[in-house]
Design a binder for this molecule. Structure first.
Ligand SMILES: [Zn+2]
Length: 139
């Protein structure tokens, strides 16, 4: 798990972070990065693990201070033992913190787009190609 994934070689799960950092730095915007993590799909996420990951992102946003833009790359179909919409829960919590920010979400094409995600985000973009070859252009 990294908080500087965009400064390391790109992978499917960090491609968008690289694009967003490069574009922000071209504009001399400050970038604050939170965690990047990946696990192979294997059933429901253990609730305490989900809550720890979620709270890391939430705490990083709180620590960042006033924010204009929040961009998140997630799979979009994560389920934990007590939450059927982990990404929607995360985006809703981020919206509560950064009420005036533009919040964007990039999702895997196998996401479960939910009303909660739609309510929290200003924009949501999904990869369109299988096998996940367009994360960078979609970012
Ligand atoms: Zn997928």
């Amino acid at each position: 798990m990294d908080r500087d994934a965009s400064s390391k070689p790109s992978s499917l799960f960090t491609e968008a972070l690289h694009v967003w950092r490069r574009r922000a730095e071209e504009k001399d915007w400050d970038v604050v990065e939170s965690i990047a993590a990946f696990a192979q799909p294997a059933g429901m996420t253990v609730q305490t693990v989900w809550e720890e990951l979620r709270d890391m992102v939430v705490d990083d946003l709180k620590a960042a201070g006033p924010i204009d833009v929040v961009l998140i790359q997630c799979h979009g179909a994560m389920v934990s033992q007590a939450c059927l919409d982990c990404e929607g829960e995360l985006m809703s919590m981020l919206r509560d913190i950064a009420q005036q920010a533009v919040i964007g979400l990039e999702l895997d094409p196998h996401n479960h787009l939910t009303a909660r995600m739609l309510k929290a985000c200003a924009l949501i973009v999904s990869f369109k190609e299988y096998s996940h070859i367009d994360a960078t252009p979609r970012a």
